[in-house]
Design a protein around this ligand. Structure first.
Ligand code: SF4
Length: 306
């Protein structure tokens, strides 16, 4: 039986352009210019840094109830400073993230959320059919699960430079997938705004998404359809391009935004292979299950020794 493992990022890519999904997730190619652009790398890394600091903070809150709230903040920030060196963040960049993390922790001191699990991975069978000869596994990792007076809640932290659109969030594959995997019908997107001109109350926002069983079932059927498509593409090594996903402005003018545009603008065959080799490089392997191996090792030691 064919096993197809999908996560929300693959699903998003597959839904927009199968050719892009193949380049990004199977060939694991990324544009060299972007991968080497210090400002783009720093932006991505600042999200990783915030995520790592939150992970340490909430883990300490669960595993070391003997430590005071302020001690957990201090230890998380110390960890952040060490981790920032590995990420090649400048001092200004990392201190900026630490500033927002501390503001966030202080803002929510005394809140009703009781953290229960941090970075909970899942890999759940979504579909199995002898007839299709196909098993679909959906995997992912939930940033935080908390207990509240209304029951358990799944939470995803989102660092953002501008206010998130709550209506758009509810439609995202990522959060419907979490709700399905956790068998919950509520999910919270924990917006961590980093706009320094705004007060904490205006930038630390929690968006509660509510789903019905029908919406989640509809999502599940969509995933099955996409995964069946993916099985077909893999079997036939066929990756159709979707040129409407390259980016088109309302007046019909192409405004290239896709990372792989230079590949698709070049003739297939040797010219395209040349463009790939010259301007693209292999991205590091990424999986929701293994993304934090290094952080986990440092954190386990910190939790023991604090
Ligand atoms: S440029 Fe367009 S066709 Fe090519 S991978 Fe990107 S979205 Fe797909």
């Amino acid at each position: 039986m064919d096993n197809i493992v999908v996560d929300s990022q693959m699903l998003n890519a597959l839904s927009s352009c199968a050719y892009r999904m193949n380049l990004s997730f199977i060939q694991r190619l990324g544009p060299k210019a972007e991968m080497q652009d210090p400002s783009k790398v720093a932006l991505l890394e600042s999200g990783d840094l915030l995520h790592a600091i939150f992970k340490v903070f909430y883990t300490l809150r669960i595993e070391r109830p003997d430590l005071s709230y302020s001690r957990c903040i201090d230890l998380s920030c110390n960890f952040g400073r060490t981790y920032a060196i590995k990420l090649n963040q400048t001092l200004d960049e990392s201190e900026d993230i630490l500033f927002h993390a501390v503001e966030y922790f202080k803002f929510y001191e005394g809140e009703i959320w009781v953290p229960m699990h941090v970075e909970k991975p899942f890999a759940v069978k979504l579909y199995e059919s002898e007839e299709d000869n196909l098993r679909i596994i959906y995997d992912g990792i939930v940033d935080l699960i908390v207990d509240t007076p209304g029951g358990l809640l799944g939470v995803d932290h989102k660092k953002s430079g501008r206010k998130l659109d709550g209506a758009g969030l509810a439609l995202a594959n990522q959060f419907k997938g979490y709700a399905w995997a956790l068998n919950m019908r509520h999910f919270v997107v924990n917006e961590v705004g980093v706009q320094k001109t705004k007060k904490p109350a205006d930038r630390f926002l929690r968006h509660t998404l509510l789903y019905t069983d029908e919406i989640i079932e509809e999502w599940r059927k969509n995933v099955i359809y996409r995964a069946q498509e993916l099985a077909f593409f893999l079997k036939n090594n066929t990756w159709p391009q979707n040129f409407t996903a390259c980016k088109m402005t309302p007046d019909g003018q192409y405004q290239i935004a896709c990372n792989y545009a230079e590949i698709c603008k070049t003739d297939p065959g040797k010219p395209r292979d040349f463009v790939k080799a010259e301007f693209f490089a292999e991205k590091p392997e990424w999986s929701p299950q293994t993304r934090d191996v290094e952080i986990d090792a440092i954190m386990a030691e910190l939790v023991q020794s604090a």
